[in-house]
Write a protein that binds this ligand. Sequence first.
Ligand SMILES: Cc1cc2nc3c(=O)[nH]c(=O)nc-3n(C[C@H](O)[C@H](O)[C@H](O)COP(=O)(O)O)c2cc1C
Length: 194
Amino acid sequence: MKILTVHGSQDSDGNSARLLKASLEGIQAGGAEVQSININEYRITPVWKNYFGDVMKKQTDKVKDDMPVLKEKLLNADIILLATPVFWYQLPGTMKLFVDRWSDFINPDFSTELKGKGLALLSTHSGINLMNSSNILQSAMAGTAQFLGMIWMGGVDGRAHMKWEWDDEPSADEARLFGKKLAQGINLIGQKVL
Ligand SMILES: Cc1cc2nc3c(=O)[nH]c(=O)nc-3n(C[C@H](O)[C@H](O)[C@H](O)COP(=O)(O)O)c2cc1C
């Protein structure tokens, strides 16, 4: 199994980094091949006027940015694991731009080159949960996976408060176990789907 992990925080020692680190331990224990990137290190152009017209004509690479490199990484992976803080119930800016540009993969018949790949999520939030931030983001990503023909593997919610109060071993344990499952093509609830 080839797994691409994509970290969405600027903080390499923050809450989502810690959840990702635990899942990587599981992924490695499960014997998968893994490549890890931080999306903030890449230049991604936001969608432009008549972007979708260019998508239909397969002309999105006329924009000069790092999407061709990122697309190669996506196409090379069996599972894409996003590890990210929740910002206002959604993905943070650069990660959102990245996922917006997955529309580049839509073909004129609405099939996509991401079809059959697994999509998984690790998300962290403030822990205050006036509304459940991770659930809202998980729904958005599960819907995105379905639209793109991907296989939704599930999401783990880091119930961290703030990193100086990190005591969220249950979430780290869950992420570690999830990583091990992903390495074997197994979704969060234990079904072998890949
Ligand atoms: C701009 C911004 C928006 C945020 N929005 C939410 C939110 O909607 N819900 C929430 O519970 N926490 C929210 N938070 C808190 C972060 O999700 C939380 O601190 C996260 O664990 C940070 O992850 P990191 O340490 O990996 O960067 C927000 C933080 C920032 C800076």
